[in-house]
Design a binder for this molecule. Sequence first.
Ligand SMILES: Cc1cc2nc3c(=O)[nH]c(=O)nc-3n(C[C@H](O)[C@H](O)[C@H](O)COP(=O)(O)OP(=O)(O)OC[C@H]3O[C@@H](n4cnc5c(N)ncnc54)[C@H](O)[C@@H]3O)c2cc1C
Length: 415
Amino acid sequence: MTHTTANTAAHATAGVRSARTVLISGASVAGPALAYWLHRHGFAPTIVERAPALRDGGYAVDFRGEAHMAVLRRMGVLDELRAARTGTGSMSYVNAAGKPQAKLPADLFAGDLEVLRGDLARILHDATKEHTEYVFGDSVTSLAEDADGVHVTFERGAPRRFDLVVGADGLHSRTRSLVFGPEEHFVKHLGVYCAIFTTDNHLGLDRTGHAYRTANRLVAVYSARENTEAKAVFYFGSPLLDLDRRDVTRQQTLLTERFAGNGWESERLLERMREAPDFYFDSVGQVRMDGWSRGRVALVGDAAYCPSSLSGMGSGLALVGAYVLAGELAAARGDHRTAFARYEREMRAYAEGCQKMGDGVARLMVPESRLLAGFLNRYYKVMPYLPGRNMPARIARKAAENITLRDYTAELTAR
Ligand SMILES: Cc1cc2nc3c(=O)[nH]c(=O)nc-3n(C[C@H](O)[C@H](O)[C@H](O)COP(=O)(O)OP(=O)(O)OC[C@H]3O[C@@H](n4cnc5c(N)ncnc54)[C@H](O)[C@@H]3O)c2cc1C
């Protein structure tokens, strides 16, 4: 377990009660973004992260539309993120011989700003580490609320008290399980599994990607970090499996079995998977909940309203959710009952709109039958010439922009 801390309230918004302690579980996107805004508004955030250090790796994630950009700009991280942008252009669907058959435009899957998830997590950590207590290598085991706080026990550290607790611990949130109930009540499996790892750019891709789709399977490679490396992505259709999420060997064996005889680069990539520096494997699902808070505990990001990793909305939604939750806490001067209700009122329609982007995509990305896979491959070929070709990107932008963000900092300063 490692601690880093340096708590100051130097940038706290004037007039707001400071030093209200908030424990956040999860240090990926939603957690650090929430810590950033809580500190700005005078609260004292602590983040506990199960991983022993900041987790690198993962996919390219994208931001699109004014709401995402406004939050990043207000956090002062937009320039740094722009410097880290992937710059990936269009993506090609290839046949078994690797010959491009259809090209999909970049704005469909890269939005206005695409960065590697690991880079995003690092930039958000850098922006918060001076004023947030980070505890790596630990996890919450119980939460007991009383009249004026929450008593929290941990796997490794000593018990502590906090005024509020927020779960930013993703699709399989432990905070959610502890307070709201078992995962199966809230997570809707979309019938697809996903694996992603870093490998060498052996195809010599230049800021682009190649994807190969067959019945129930899709494998893709795209270049990253100025073409010096590549990300390999595997999707396969499957009902929910009884798998230990930490058993990487079992996950890799399963992936190898599922893609046996799939052709194109599948086998070569699977061989390289064994030496990959990172490996992400998860079911693709959405989180649907009637309420995102109970007493002094609230949820943010994927833990509360995961739109699915296929929606292209997860990181932007987590970022906006963190901004609104912290802002409402500050606006309500730390009255969590009022703040949590307003957070939900501001975010509910927005989150549901973003979730719609994930509905149905799974079956299109990974169609069950060979017939549908063949049809889609042919459709993508002619799509760039059809009148509605920009429609999917336009719908995604509309969903991402469907919120009017309050400027909490300005409002609070003016009070
Ligand atoms: C390593 C990694 C790789 C990813 N790669 C992809 C990808 O390739 N494609 C994609 O679409 N999405 C990926 N995601 C998910 C994506 O980052 C999220 O959908 C999105 O950014 C929303 O962020 P979030 O912070 O709400 O949740 P997440 O990004 O899922 O973050 C949750 C955080 O909570 C931590 N955590 C989990 N359980 C506990 C616990 N019990 N106690 C303490 N901490 C806990 C996790 O380690 C993680 O850091 C990845 C997430 C991670 C952690």
